[in-house]
Design a protein around this ligand. Structure first.
Ligand code: GLU
Length: 496
């Protein structure tokens, strides 16, 4: 690499940060970190009609959450700022003026109404859409008249009428466009705001961007950009267009496939470690088999050449699997700390806050193996926190048990547990296994009933561990309540 690597992520603040855009940011970031270059964040906000309040903050939040730190850009500063296009308008206006004075661009006075009629006419005649170059050859007096009439013009690029233009894309190879199919596109709008094309080129040049790594949807813009570079006498960057992310149905990944914003994945309990690893491997691979890679491994091994040429599918099952792996890899204390906000949000409002951290510390190891997302931790542990369990008393009467035998088992267990001095996993096991034999039950029968009585569920973490964490008092209270509801069942007065 001869020039220093300077790459940019240039989002338009039009909504919450989509994983597709975040993947583009990640490729740029990995490129910068691999080559010891600079990663720049530039906000392309010149399309006022599509601007969404709060979108810039969301984009920065998403990037920060994933650890995609930018060396230059909003809040980071840098020598090439400002990094927000709406603060750089004079640069684009100057470039547009220069292109007009050189004869590479011209003022167009066509009204929106005329353009609309033109489009309708083109559609009627089944002609390709595009500006008909009505103002391309206006004379000086004609122009003066329009100005005198108070019409605010746009600036259009004077597209060569024939020929073609080729660029060597790092991923797609040689890509050629026939210029006769391109129209005289707008550079500067009548409100003096630039279009994406003009602002993008002016800034990539001004910010000395070495590689433009962006989604394939921009490849058709590239010939326009190259012509602007040529007209301004600038050296274009290296272009790297990467394929898009598709849903399982091979349509562009969108809302109807489920979550798409990186912030939604965060809210739904995916770890940033997971998302980083997972997104980096959508359409990029180390060796077609390694799935789990650390941030450092990804930096060390990143290369543009390994980005695939075909669209990549977003595989949610793989994401869930990977999140489970990363959750299990957390240290117990880290798991606790990351669980706390999800518990706070997910547990019923009736449970007292702040949650008792020491108790949470005892609970969380019991579910760390089972959680696939952090959002699940509330559901998985709710029974530890509630004052009263709410379940169908029939569940207490397991297979081949009767209400009497279930009651009897619970009564015995209650009595013995009450006498137990040390309420711990091992002592519970030593007490309860023989009790099953004594009652003439299979261990599964006794434990099943006890599980429902103490947790309200038929599926829960290992019973003795769970009971030990719940503690003697809570367990006895719950067994008492279970006996009560069994009693109500048999007296034909179901609790539900
Ligand atoms: N503002 C464009 C976007 O929203 C940038 C495209 C590019 O990287 O050139 O993706």
């Amino acid at each position: 690499m001869t020039n220093p690597v300077r790459v940019r992520f240039a989002p338009s603040p039009t909504g919450r940060p989509h994983v597709g855009g975040i993947r583009t940011a990640m490729f740029n970031w990995l490129m910068a970190r691999h080559y010891g270059g600079r990663f720049i964040l530039r906000i392309e906000d010149t399309d006022v009609t599509r601007k969404v309040e709060g979108a810039v903050a969301d984009i920065m939040e998403g990037l920060r959450w994933l650890g995609l730190d930018w060396d230059e850009g909003p809040e980071a500063g840098g020598d090439y700022g400002p990094y927000v296009q709406s603060q750089r308008l004079t640069l684009y206006q100057a470039a547009a003026r220069r292109l007009v004075s050189q004869g590479d661009a011209y003022y167009c006075y066509c009204s929106p109404k005329r353009l609309e009629e033109m489009r309708a006419e083109q559609a009627r005649r089944k002609q390709p859409p595009g500006y008909d170059r009505h103002c391309r050859e206006l004379s000086e007096p004609e122009r003066a008249q329009k100005t005198a009439d108070g019409i605010k013009p746009v600036v259009r690029f004077k597209m060569p009428l024939e020929g073609d233009i080729t660029h060597d894309d790092v991923i797609y190879g040689k890509v050629t466009f026939d210029l006769s199919t391109l129209d005289d596109f707008v550079l500067l709008k009548s409100d003096d705001y630039p279009t994406y094309h003009l602002a993008n080129v002016v800034d990539d040049h001004a910010m000395e961007i070495s590689h433009v790594i962006r989604g394939e949807e921009w490849i058709s813009s590239t010939p326009r950009h190259l012509l602007i570079y040529r007209a301004l006498g600038y050296q274009p960057p290296q272009y790297v267009h990467h394929p898009l992310i598709l849903g399982p149905d091979h349509a562009k990944l969108s809302k109807r496939h489920g979550d798409v914003s990186i912030l939604e994945f965060r809210e739904n309990g995916y770890l940033p470690e997971t998302m980083f690893n997972f997104i980096a491997l959508i359409g990029w691979s180390l060796d077609d088999k390694t799935e789990l890679l650390t941030r450092q491994q990804l930096i060390d091994n990143f290369s543009l050449e390994r980005i695939g040429k075909t669209a990549a599918i977003f595989n949610r099952e793989k994401l869930d699997w990977m999140n489970g792996v990363y959750i299990r890899r957390l240290s117990p204390e880290d798991f606790v700390q990351r669980s706390l906000p999800f518990l706070d949000k997910g547990l019923p409002a009736g449970i007292k806050r702040p949650l008792p951290t020491e108790y949470v510390r005892q609970i969380m190891p019991l579910i760390q193996e089972r959680a696939r997302t952090m959002a699940e931790v509330a559901e998985l542990t709710e029974f530890f926190f509630v004052a009263q369990l709410d379940y169908d008393a029939n569940l207490l009467v397991g297979k081949n048990l009767t209400q009497e035998s279930a009651s009897q088992a619970l009564e015995m267990a209650q009595k013995r547990l009450g006498q137990l001095a040390v309420f711990a996993t091992e002592s519970l096991e030593i007490l309860l296994r023989p009790l099953a034999v004594e009652l003439g039950l299979k261990t599964g029968q006794l434990f099943g009933t006890l599980r429902v009585a103490t947790t309200g569920r038929t599926i829960a973490p290992p019973l003795f561990d769970t009971m030990a964490v719940l503690g003697k008092e809570r367990c006895l209270r719950r067994i008492e309540a279970a006996l009560d509801s069994l009693h109500k069942l048999s007296s034909g007065n179901p609790s539900h």
